[in-house]
Design a protein around this ligand. Structure first.
Ligand code: 0RQ
Length: 502
């Protein structure tokens, strides 16, 4: 759809994906658009992967650094990982091929807080950004860009990259125009000013991305769908987790610690997070708001029903059915949904000011409340920390949730000591499993252990956890956070050796 590119200078740079990919070289750091399967470039990464395959077949070195917003899709992370073309990947990923390369030690992976990425690039911590490959949904006559279904780090990539490749995707709805809010006021220390956002749906920036046309080396036209995978319908455990959280929030309202319409909600990725949103649909709460990074199906339902008034995010992550719903009703949703750069959607200053209720999934928690969001058995990456830390540390309430067991009950998600820590005991206020909810606020480590074991652990694992704690108390070691050092990770060891923690 040629009419999507109204600027004549940029029109003159239209070329094929293969021609554009030829402008990326070995050793380049490439900033790609894309966040949780939305708004990623659809054709240039695959063309780059083919180029890398050909180079490798000819015995030449060819690897690039891939920086994104968050997770992308098989056409990007999958294609480049399969070609073994990625020297270093950052930040969040969730692609099976990419994960396999990382865990095989064949790809470096920098798992950093999503709000840190843009500023670390501006600070120069990661070296130069050579190329940006950014999907947009259109180009205005004056050269400004209509963003796509995610913003992620696109502002920073466009500002910082030496060379820019734009993918103009006519599959994206033209009605996305006006939904975005790109804040151009971020400065570098020591010149930073307060970010003037005080309500979740405030608009503080511009609806378009700016680009220096002189830096644009290629414009590629595409018509490809986002990843848009379906969610599994909430299972019993997810529904129970949602139920515990809603009951807890209701009791917080009763006790005067939360307003009747709560505070802005942040909800993580995955099926449990989606189930919590679905649970809120049947809850008594009204006039909810969201200040989050990903807008999933459950949240769209809340918006549609009127239970939620407005939502702010940096990306959509919708099933095909929900996307259809959104597209059909974009005129109504445009004023109620704001998409922002991830440095703003996840900004600690704003998370603290707005008083976010943060709800994120986890792999495991230990009895003292340390949370592992990222690593299986201490060493294999699952996805990454994503934005969970941006929100958890600065939230009004930080909630972490998981089923009490994994892998058919062979793994306890409540363990004596977390095998990897993403969120320390200091950043975790509430832990929820289908068994119950542990409110850790105001509790010392020893008090927390009792509540976590009794409320959250699966009954099959409770006696062994109590036994661990009791013996740790009597071991002669410190009694502030009692541990048996020779046993603390023995549950994980047992699983790796026998296939079960039992
Ligand atoms: O693996 O599918 O191979 O069986 O982990 O677990 O229960 O389906 O839960 O989809 O909510 O994901 C922490 C990964 C949870 C996610 C995590 C295995 C389990 C399964 C998935 P299988 P579930 P979810 C904002 C916030 C970090 C980023 C974040 C995540 C798979 O929530 O990536 O919070 N969070 N971002 O079997 C071994 C355990 C396990 C385990 C679960 N204890 N040991 N395997 N699994 N517990 C969004 C962004 O930042 C973009």
């Amino acid at each position: 759809d040629a009419s999507r590119i109204l600027n004549s200078t940029l029109r003159s740079k239209i070329m094929s994906a293969d021609e554009a990919a030829a402008l990326i070289g070995h050793g380049d750091n490439v900033g790609m658009s894309g966040f949780t399967g939305a708004g990623y470039p659809k054709v240039v990464p695959a063309a780059l992967a083919r180029r890398i395959d050909a180079a490798h077949a000819a015995g030449q070195e060819f690897r690039v650094g891939v920086w994104t917003g968050a997770s992308t899709a098989p056409e990007l992370d999958g294609a480049l990982a399969r070609a073994n073309g990625v020297e270093l990947r950052m930040p969040y990923q969730s692609d099976p091929a990419c994960r396999a390369r990382i865990n095989a030690g064949e790809m470096e992976y920098l798992d950093i807080h999503l709000s840190h990425v843009a500023q670390f690039v501006w600070f120069g911590f990661f070296g130069p950004l050579n190329v940006a490959v950014v999907e947009v949904s259109g180009i205005l006559e004056d050269g400004r860009l209509i963003p796509s279904s995610s913003i992620g780090n696109n502002k920073t990539w466009l500002d910082q990259a030496d060379r820019i490749i734009l993918e103009v995707n006519s599959w994206q709805s033209p009605k996305l125009e006006g939904m975005h809010d790109i804040y151009y006021g971020t400065q570098l220390p020591p010149h930073r000013q307060p970010i003037p956002l005080v309500h979740p749906n405030d608009r503080i920036g511009e609806a378009y991305l700016r680009v220096d046309p002189a830096k644009v080396v290629a414009v590629v036209e595409t018509h490809h769908p986002d990843r848009n995978s379906a969610f599994t319908p909430p299972d019993d455990a997810s529904r129970q987790i949602a139920g515990h959280i809603i009951e807890f929030l209701q009791s917080e309202v009763k006790r005067g610690r939360l307003p009747a319409n709560l505070l802005p909600l942040q909800s993580g990725v995955g099926n449990i997070a989606n189930a919590v949103m679905a649970g809120l649909l049947d809850s008594p709460f009204e006039n909810l708001t969201a200040y989050t990074e990903v807008l999933q199906d459950g949240m769209l339902e809340l918006l549609k029903s009127g239970k939620m008034t407005t939502a702010s995010a940096t990306a959509f992550s919708l099933s095909p059915a929900a996307l259809e719903e959104l597209t059909a009703n974009l005129d109504q949703f445009r004023e109620r949904i704001v998409l922002r750069p991830q440095e703003i959607s996840n900004h600690p200053e704003l998370v603290r000011r707005l008083g976010i209720i943060a709800m994120n999934g986890m792999i495991e928690a230990d009895i003292y409340g340390n949370v592992n969001s990222t690593h299986v058995m201490g060493s294999s990456i699952m996805n990454g920390i994503g934005g969970s830390g941006d929100f958890a540390r600065n939230a009004y309430l930080s909630i972490f949730m998981t089923p009490s067991t994994a892998k058919d009950g062979k793994i306890s998600c409540i363990v004596p000591m977390a095998s990897h820590v993403d969120h320390t005991e200091h950043d975790v206020q509430v832990i929820v499993t289908e068994q119950g909810l542990a409110d850790l606020r105001g509790l010392s480590p020893r008090q927390r252990a009792q509540v976590v074991i009794d409320q959250c652990a699966h009954p099959d694992f409770r006696p062994a956890l109590h036994d661990y704690f009791n013996r740790a108390m009597e071991s002669g070691g410190g009694r502030h956070t009692p541990h048996l050092l020779q046993e603390a990770l023995s549950w994980h060891l047992r699983y790796t050796q026998t296939g079960t923690m039992r």
